[in-house]
Design a protein. Structure first.
Length: 103
């Protein structure tokens, strides 16, 4: 399985996958599994990678993604990630000198 550098240290079992899931407060209509899939989509994972991480079939993941697109009125996977990341605090980027590069 190929995963992103931000995700690799955190994918060490069910607790780590749950930690990636958006909160129930932010997405109250979604099931726990839908939030897990949504969190992994937001991390940039492919359906195959999500299936491997959650021990389900690729078709099951595709069904979850389709349901998420419909229920959240999202245009595509990128839009799903936007929805998650606008609700989740994003740590500030730092420059090589340690300061905020935007200042």
């Amino acid at each position: 399985m190929v995963i992103g550098a931000r995700v690799a240290p955190r994918l060490n079992g069910p607790d780590a996958i749950a930690a990636l899931a958006p909160s129930e407060r932010d997405f109250p209509r979604l099931t726990t599994r839908e939030r897990q899939v949504l969190g992994l989509v937001a991390e940039g994972q492919s359906n195959a990678q999500i299936a491997d991480a959650l021990a389900v079939s690729g078709k099951t993941v595709a069904n979850y993604v389709s349901a998420l697109l419909s229920s959240l009125h999202a245009r595509d996977r990128t839009h799903l990630a936007e929805l998650v990341n606008t609700r989740r605090p994003i740590p500030p980027r730092t420059s090589p000198t340690g300061g905020d590069p935007r200042t």
